[in-house]
Design a protein around this ligand. Structure first.
Ligand SMILES: *[C@@H]1O[C@H](CO)[C@@H](O)[C@H](O)[C@H]1NC(C)=O
Ligand SMILES: *[C@@H]1O[C@H](CO)[C@@H](O)[C@H](O)[C@H]1NC(C)=O
Ligand SMILES: *[C@@H]1O[C@H](CO)[C@@H](O)[C@H](O)[C@H]1NC(C)=O
Ligand SMILES: *[C@@H]1O[C@H](CO)[C@@H](O)[C@H](O)[C@H]1NC(C)=O
Ligand SMILES: *[C@@H]1O[C@H](CO)[C@@H](O)[C@H](O)[C@H]1NC(C)=O
Ligand SMILES: *[C@@H]1O[C@H](CO)[C@@H](O)[C@H](O)[C@H]1NC(C)=O
Length: 203
């Protein structure tokens, strides 16, 4: 009997430890010890640190089922949580995602700034790797696919721009342990060319 109960108990513990929920609501922020897993278990959203740079931590999305961590999106890539500070990832009542450190400073935020009532909004990672803020009627008011870091996933479209606005580029990490903005990026331009840039110069 004990032999059969033990695995069940271990499984229950695992289920409790990994909050296997897939959504973030204003009443239920994400803390350092939880993660959200997309409905079909393909992607996870949560806090992470990189192997050789454990003093910094980030909120990002990675493949849930690939043992070697592979990040596809990082929210606060230029503004890590540092040292012993802890973090909280919150959906506010005005439908913005905000990353706060333990002192309450904002490290990263969306700027939807919606003041109309729409109770029931939630943020969730989808099986496509997209993180969306979704109204109860199914409208997505923000999506990480429109704010990429360094990765294009299937069904993600690249915005074309004819200016040097880096916020629409895919930007390479500075190094394997540093997701901050490097000099190199990729973006289409208005004549439908895909270019690699060295800062603001085509490379
Ligand atoms: C971390 O450091 C070790 C030892 O210096 C090195 O072998 C390893 O490749 C580094 N990992 C990354 C991801 O840079
Ligand atoms: C958000 O909206 C309020 C009211 O319209 C405005 O006063 C405020 O400046 C806006 N904040 C941002 C960050 O856009
Ligand atoms: C891409 O979009 C198509 C059409 O909406 C859908 O059938 C397919 O599952 C999507 N692929 C991924 C990886 O999300
Ligand atoms: C969903 O609700 C929002 C806010 O109330 C509204 O702006 C939007 O048009 C609605 N979308 C649909 C498809 O009904
Ligand atoms: C760059 O693009 C972002 C997102 O499309 C926009 O909010 C911002 O105002 C743009 N900045 C400049 C300098 O054009
Ligand atoms: C990128 O541009 C900088 C100057 O802004 C230059 O020093 C550097 O060599 C360039 N990188 C490459 C790989 O050409």
């Amino acid at each position: 009997m004990g032999m059969t109960l033990l695995p069940v108990f271990a499984l229950l513990l695992l289920i409790c430890f990994y909050n296997s929920d897939d959504r973030l609501t204003p009443k239920k922020p994400l803390s350092v010890s939880n993660r959200l897993v997309s409905n079909g278990g393909i992607f996870a959203l949560g806090f992470f640190s990189l192997q050789n740079s454990t003093a910094n931590s980030y909120v990002g999305i990675w493949y849930h089922n690939i043992p070697e961590r592979t990040y596809v999106w990082v929210a606060n890539h230029d503004n890590p949580i540092t040292g012993s500070s802890s973090g909280k990832f919150v959906l506010t009542n005005s439908y913005d995602l905000v990353l706060l450190d333990s002192k309450g400073s904002t490290l990263w935020t969306t700027t939807n700034n919606i003041t109309t009532e729409a109770p029931g909004a939630a943020a969730m990672p989808l099986d496509s790797g997209n993180l969306v803020i979704r109204l109860p009627n199914g409208t997505d008011i923000w999506q990480s696919f429109h704010h990429p870091t360094d990765t294009i996933l299937p069904n993600m479209s690249l915005q074309l721009s004819n200016n040097n606005n880096l916020s629409t580029h895919l930007v390479a990490w500075k190094g394997p342990d540093d997701p901050s903005t490097s000099d190199y990026s990729l973006c289409g331009d208005s004549s439908l060319q895909i270019l690699i840039w060295n800062r603001t110069r085509p490379y």
